[in-house]
Design a binder for this molecule. Structure first.
Ligand SMILES: [Zn+2]
Ligand SMILES: [Zn+2]
Length: 218
């Protein structure tokens, strides 16, 4: 077994898979059939303003700090996102977005297909932190993993029964991880199947069909 198959998490720092807005393609640059993508990519942006109640749009900011307009133009047959669920400080993930110039001169992303959008209840900094922590705590050294409570490398740790991403010596270390290290704040997002599939992207063959989210929020 290769180390990659033992450890299939690439994380959000891979900016080919998770590009900031400045790296998004323009519509005319897409050289492939949209139903048969040659690669997968996903934009991550934190909601930085309350959505305008009368218009299906909000402002999001990526990891580089660039703020853009996010506007929803749902198909007639599909309901748009529930704007009342959108919260400042949560992060929106969008599959296969392109750069867009709106008629009012602003720049951003135009979302037409709601199955490609999902909101996660973490800030963008915490999305990246979760991704880095998952890398760190799931990479064994000499067959030993790090305990997320006491940060010692050991064998035979038990894993968080909810998300499975963090490991503990026992009850005390688990309690320490849950509160002191704030696993409580992250665990719900980490056990979401959509979040897990995003982390495993690098290992998914490009000939696979497009990803889509199973729901708008965790
Ligand atoms: Zn421990
Ligand atoms: Zn957990």
């Amino acid at each position: 077994m290769s180390s990659e198959s033992e450890y299939p998490y690439t994380g959000f720092l891979d900016n080919t898979n998770f590009p900031p807005y400045s790296h998004l393609p323009m519509v005319g640059e897409l050289s492939f059939d949209p139903d048969n993508p040659e690669e997968h990519w996903c934009y991550l942006g934190e909601i930085v303003e309350e959505p305008f109640p009368m218009r299906a749009r909000t402002m999001v900011q990526d990891i580089e700090g660039k703020k853009i307009v996010l506007a929803f133009y749902p198909d007639n047959n599909v309901p748009g996102p529930d704007l009342s669920k959108m919260k400042v400080g949560h992060t929106i993930a969008i599959f296969y977005p392109t750069e867009h110039f709106f008629l009012d001169g602003t720049q951003g992303i135009r979302v037409e297909e709601m199955k490609y959008v999902k909101m996660f209840p973490l800030s963008i900094d915490n999305m990246f932190r979760a991704s880095l922590d998952i890398l760190e705590y799931n990479t064994p050294e000499d067959g030993k993993l790090l305990c997320h409570g006491c940060d010692q490398r050991k064998q035979g740790l038990s894993k968080c029964g909810k998300c499975g991403f963090f490991f503990y010596c026992g009850r005390d270390c688990q309690a320490k991880g849950w509160t002191d290290k704030k696993h409580k704040k992250f665990c719900k997002t980490l056990r979401d199947p959509d979040f897990r599939r995003m982390l495993e992207w690098k290992y998914v063959p490009f000939e696979s069909p497009r990803f889509r989210f199973s729901s708008f929020s965790v």
